[in-house]
Unconditional design. Sequence first.
Length: 355
Amino acid sequence: MIRRPPRSTPLYSSAASDVYKRQGISGWIAKHTAIELLNAGYEVLGTIRNNNLVDQTKQTISKYASTEKLSFVELDLLKDDGWNEASKGCRYIFHVASPFPMKVSSNRESLLPVAVDGTLRVLNAGLNAGVKQIIKTSSIVAMFRKPNRTNPYRFGENDWSDENWIEGVSDYFLSKTKAEKAAWRLMESKGLKNKLTTINPGGVFGDALDKKGGTSIEYIRQFMKGKFPGAPKFAVLISDVKDIAKAHVACIGNNKVGGRRLIVGKEVKKLVELSQLIAEAMPEYKKKLPKKELPNLMVKLISYIDSSAKTMIPDLGIMMQTDTSYAEEILGFKFKPAKGCISENAKSVVRLGLV
């Protein structure tokens, strides 16, 4: 939750999409959003699951923004303790998701306690405190996964992933879908739908900031280390992490965003195209980068050994399409093309010594 100074301290909360990585403000998107908020003059109170993470998080953020108006509170999304107290006097809540786990759990419901219960815990605390707005980070994974899609297939603001599609909606997809639906149900039940906005990015790329990056950073790192002989025939909407942070802040006081699901991203790219963009940005790594696409059957076989490949299987060989111009109009700025954030991602991976 955030508010302009000199009013009382705000809360900036971050949800986790990985039950083992309840990161709070120490998460990748959360840190970028905190930087955007601080540079815009807001006070920021960030939740953190462990106070041992405060110094590292503050040090990273301090490289990009003054931390004079940044404070922290230790809270756990799995516990009620402290949320109501931390929310008092706050004007806005940002419930920001951490990166999705690379590995797919055999238990589809493993992430639900944090994703769903955590979301409701934060939203109820905000409503009890009388906040003006709640901005929740969701994902396009809550929108586009459903069986019997055409190729190419289109999705938009009013679409939902089919949570009953067991083969295609794995643990992370299920958690994001159920968490966002739970948020909307809660707000609608109280007649407060227009107080809620969700930001729905695609695959998130951009400056890693520090070594505590997200899953997309790990994919770029593995590409650059030569761990992929070829790229799966998988395509996704590319979202610049700085656009996502800017989108959250652009919602504050914006009367157009109430009750909306805003898809943030500019271009849909195949993984092999991302490899080409990395090669342009870092030509010295060109030989290690995948240049061809893997047959779908090979990816499916790999998924039996490496569960991270299971995430892509339902979308192999098909192209997604979506129009994000409505979100650009509502938010008042244009989203950046994929080339810039992929370049930033690759360069930051090298700068941080991750390859």
